[in-house]
Design a protein around this ligand. Sequence first.
Ligand SMILES: Cc1ncc(COP(=O)(O)O)c(C=O)c1O
Length: 387
Amino acid sequence: MKDNYLASRVVGLKPSGIRKFFDIVATMKDVISLGIGEPDFVTPEPIVEAGIRSLKGGYTHYTSNSGLFELREALADHINDRYGVAYDPRSEIIVTVGVSEALYLAMTALLNPGDEVIVPTPCFVSYQAEVILAGGVAVELPTCVEDNFLVRAETLEAAVTPKTKAILIGYPNNPTGAVATHEMMMEVARIAEKYDLVVISDELYDQLVYGVPHVCFPSLPGMKERTILLGGFSKNYAMTGWRAGFAAGPAEMIQGLVRVHQYTIMSAPTMSQMAALEAIKNGQPYVEEMRAEYDRRRKLIVGGLNQLGLPTFEPHGAFYAFPQVAVSGMSDEVFAQMLLEEEKVAVVPGNSFGAGGDGFVRCSYATAYEKIEEALHRMDRFMRRHG
Ligand SMILES: Cc1ncc(COP(=O)(O)O)c(C=O)c1O
């Protein structure tokens, strides 16, 4: 028997720092978790009802590989209404099993072995892993709090090599809460054009912005042709468990994704597609309601963390605060571990999200207001001992 049957690209994947941490949390009692990366709200009732109705109505079969046509049409209208980008629902949109699958499809469809993808960090934990799984090379580009965690044009341009195929950006950002400015997006667009690169833009949190606009990357001049836009339902509509998302882009690229999808997934779950259709058509008031509550919690947590001496950049999107923990004299990992052991508050070490996250921890405010108040109280006690 061989020592290891696993492919080297799988053996080479680092276990997710978040998982490791939450395995410990799961064994403890009375923990307040600011670690969760999903809405605490349950899916709004009419969306749930649409899913149930579809099952009871006999929609228990596969859909077209690309997804229910009605949903693709609704998505095309939705993107066009919000951002003025026109996608053809027949060939330029695919419905996927969340943005997770869309990322996998994009990487698998685009990358030849050794192709490089520039990945600004800190970022969603799957980005680098997906590049590696598809045989590509993830070129990490750390961003910093001094730049509001935005991509700096000079460093991006310096990272481009003859092997660079794509840039993978995610704004509003998980874990920092940063929202890209128009100026930053224009610089990324300029560099993508200059070096003929594909841009994969993960805009899963597009509707969760507070007082600033979301810039939809493919809406920039000339960018639709070279962008794969990823989006979905998990965060905006509190639908993580339904596993529905989409990718939109030029037909040639999207049909490449469809080819991989048809041999791996076939079609996204039908009931989830029906629920997603309801979300797109009638979900807006619920999004507004949840966003208002996130904003209330955002103000509480950002103000609270700063007050207890942990410098916290003001996040304008998603539902994460990203305080710097150096004043405690601890690394982000030690800080998270000690805070959990001593005060039973779970946060995620920033380095789980790449080198750009070193020295920070991610605190999700997708948890009840009162729990955030109690977590801040416990953290205050912790900082009095360790500040
Ligand atoms: C930036 C980002 N992209 C993608 C995902 C995965 O989302 P989905 O549930 O649509 O697969 C997440 C989940 O946390 C995320 O934060």
